[in-house]
Design a protein around this ligand. Structure first.
Ligand code: GTP
Ligand code: MG
Length: 298
């Protein structure tokens, strides 16, 4: 079809600015995990958005941040690696009135990026003064962006305009993905992510950053309308196992209940979820184990 536009659009920015929230909002459903704690996204994840006149494949990335350990170093490197093969980039910030040191650093990397970049200033619902205008101005003078839009993923402010701005810079191209799926990742991956989201929601301090989830079996029962899911949660130390399991198993039960509800919505079926907590000693400080546990990059 002539005039059909398509392309791969990376979404990059500091940790916690709302990159995954933005993609979920555009998709109109929740595929990506969202958390008030930084470093929730660990992988580059492609999400496919179909429109009558366009197909946009958004590539979610781990938030940029100062690396504190091996795992977070790996995450930052994954974010920059995502720039390869993109047709356009969304760079996302919050309305902080100025360009932060972290953003300056990131934008230096982007000087070499030759495709169009759209700046989205998210969370404008949190602002009462003129910080949005000041943020727009601070970024405009850098002359790096094809377009700049203040938005709120939470309240759905100017999402249509942001989407149109992205579509405008995409080339004409084919529908790269023809099936119904919203992501290039297998179902097991999305399920594991939902479990991880509940760990982020319910635990504190270093616990979320010490967990990795492996969904190793999903089976449909023939006698009942039920999907049985078996997953291991790996922690880095024995003491973390105790915290995650909780008193009399209270914590892990709560994680399981919350995750099960979301997985049922995703799959549209009743779910039995079995979670086991295991220790993989210091996995988040060991590059080989990090790649094994979370590094299924494509
Ligand atoms: N007030 C407000 N909060 C938002 C908005 N968009 C996202 N958030 C919140 O910001 C937090 C971070 O959102 P995420 O989508 O996980 O951010 P992210 O950039 O993907 O984070 P990382 O994957 O850790 O880099 C969550 O608590 C969201 O609910 C918004 O428009 N307004
Ligand atoms: Mg994210």
């Amino acid at each position: 079809m002539t005039g059909f536009k398509s392309g791969f659009v990376g979404v990059l920015g500091q940790a916690n600015v709302g990159k995954s929230s933005f993609i979920n909002a555009i998709l109109g459903k929740k595929i990506l995990i969202v958390s008030s704690k930084p470093q929730s996204t660990r992988n580059r994840i492609k999400c496919i958005c179909n429109f009558e006149d366009a197909q946009m494949i958004f590539v979610d990335t781990p938030g940029l941040h100062k690396p504190q350990n091996r795992l977070s170093k790996y995450l930052s490197s994954q974010a920059y690696a995502a720039l390869e093969g993109l047709d356009a980039l969304v760079y996302m910030v919050e309305p902080w009135s100025a360009v932060s040191a972290g953003d300056r650093d990131a934008l230096r990397h982007l000087k070499k990026f030759e495709q169009p970049i759209i700046l989205l200033i998210n969370k404008i619902d949190t602002i009462r003064d003129d910080s949005v205008q000041r943020t727009m101005e601070a970024y405009r003078v850098l002359e790096l962006f094809q377009d700049i839009w203040p938005i709120s993923c939470k309240l759905g402010i100017q999402m249509g305009q942001a989407l149109e701005a992205i579509k405008n810079v995409l080339p004409e191209g084919p529908r790269y993905f023809t099936d119904e799926s919203s992501t290039d990742r297998p179902e097991e991956f999305v399920i594991a992510e939902f479990i991880r989201e509940k760990i982020y929601e319910l635990t504190r301090a270093e616990i979320p950053y010490s967990c990795a989830v492996d969904v190793f079996e999903v089976r449909e029962r023939e006698d009942k309308r039920l999907i049985e899911i078996f997953a291991n949660i790996y922690v880095a130390r024995d003491s973390q196992k105790g915290i995650l399991v909780g008193n009399g198993g209270k914590m892990i039960r709560q994680i399981g209940q919350r995750a099960r509800r979301e997985i049922e919505l995703l799959l549209g079926a009743h779910v039995f979820l079995d979670l086991q907590v295991k220790v993989s000693k210091d996995w988040n400080e060991d590059e080989r184990l990090i790649k094994k546990m979370i590094g299924q990059e494509r």
